[in-house]
Design a protein around this ligand. Structure first.
Ligand SMILES: [Zn+2]
Length: 396
């Protein structure tokens, strides 16, 4: 067996590792590399292997830096199976299409710019059609089910506790008389992530491939996060304000919806309307709703008492939530006077409907902008966290 590390080594995006075994080539992940536009385009387009020679892909989870370049792989001739959990498959189905939409939109922007400057325009890295076609190759499986990957290679998925459907991949590899157990952690979550089960220990591992992005942080205890969350909501409601929550569409949005539901049911916050305002967030929540097999014991408990639509539903009578795809419905939120929670994307406040909600609400000091996720440098979200009083561009 030989392993080539072809991405996510010394940087944090574009995960992919190629295993050569018994004459087969098995690819772990096919992530998209993010960086400066042209460099990223070149690195994503020029795969460091022949896509037609890959016998199988095994995917740990749906995040774009792990799955995002699968449409390119397929467009360049890959024609075999992509093994992942069922929830990862369903999340990829919406996330890869969203990624294709972004590629097409960026290419269109660059085409217009190139037309003015006479430069050569870039084609999109991949199209919606590429993203749709690669989905036919996905094989969704349950946790703890052994599956055949390639000659002498069998796989099993274990809980990774990172995002819905995320898995630690264990490959059992037989080469002649030799047996090797290889574990690939993908991104490993921590204990007590809302909704998800804790990461599962895997045993008797000979080779371990692990990636670490935030290895230097200690997470706050969940009880503390819940108490702070309730406190912020209660203080805002008492002054008749609105709570605006920028959140990533996949993962963070559902965690916030779930926490609000729990706090409402337990009487720690009053019942106020909650709006999830982003088409991608609404689609992602539907995937969460259909995969109760990924829930932990607490989420299951809430799911049982919450009525027919479960923890994300609005039929329980105890929780008042509305999901908004339509732009006109989104605009109507501006006219609301009563306390409510608006959860929207993008998570770092760079694009999307969250910008309108910030614009419409930030100047009213009854309102709260609640930051629940990581904000990268040079984003509007980071400037909000740092209480910057005005745009740096305007300061002289
Ligand atoms: Zn991830």
């Amino acid at each position: 067996m030989r392993i080539e590390f072809l991405g996510a080594a010394r940087n944090v995006t574009g995960s992919r590792h190629l295993i050569h075994v018994n004459g087969s080539k098995v690819l772990l992940e096919c992530g998209m590399f993010h960086g400066h536009r042209f460099e990223a385009y070149e690195r994503n387009k020029n795969l460091p292997f022949d896509a037609r020679e890959i016998d199988a892909v095994v995917l740990s989870h749906a995040h774009i830096d792990h799955s995002g370049n699968l449409p390119t792989l397929h467009a360049q001739g890959f024609n075999n199976n992509i093994y992942c959990t069922s929830a990862t498959r369903d999340l990829c189905s919406i996330m890869l299409r969203d990624s294709a939409h972004i590629q097409e939109r960026d290419a269109e922007y660059l085409r217009k710019k190139a037309a003015k400057t006479g430069q050569q325009p870039l084609e999109p890295l991949y199209t919606m059609s590429d993203a749709e076609k690669v989905m036919r190759h996905f094989v969704g499986l349950g946790y703890h089910r052994r599956f055949w990957v390639a000659e002498g290679v069998e796989g099993t998925f274990y809980d990774a506790g990172h995002i819905l459907g995320s898995a630690v991949v264990v490959l059992e590899i037989r080469e002649g008389e030799n047996r090797t157990r290889l574990a690939f952690t993908g991104d490993l979550g921590h204990r007590n992530v809302p909704i998800l089960r804790d990461p599962e220990p895997v045993e008797k591992i000979d080779v371990l491939i692990t990636e670490s992005t935030y290895g230097d942080r200690v997470h706050d205890p969940v009880e503390q996060i819940e108490a702070e969350f309730a406190d912020v909501v209660n203080r805002t409601v008492s002054r008749r304000g609105k709570i605006i929550v920028p959140a990533f569409s996949v993962g963070r949005t559902q965690h916030v919806v779930y926490l609000l539901h729990r706090l409402t049911v337990s009487g720690k916050i009053p019942r106020i309307p909650v709006f999830v305002d982003s088409p991608l967030s609404v689609n992602a929540t539907e995937v969460f709703q259909t995969h109760e097999e990924c829930y932990d014991a607490e989420a299951r408990r809430l799911d049982r008492i919450a009525g027919p639509d479960g923890i994300f539903g609005n039929n329980s009578g105890s929780y008042d939530i509305e999901y908004i795809r339509d732009v006109e419905e989104s605009k109507k939120l501006n006219g609301r006077k009563d306390p409510c929670v608006i959860i929207s994307s993008s998570g770092m406040c760079e694009v999307g409907r969250i910008l309108h909600h910030l614009k419409n609400n930030i100047e009213d000091d009854r309102n709260t902008v609640m930051v629940v996720g990581f904000m990268a440098e040079n984003t509007l979200g980071k400037r909000l966290v740092e209480h910057e009083r005005r745009s740096a561009k305007n300061m002289t």
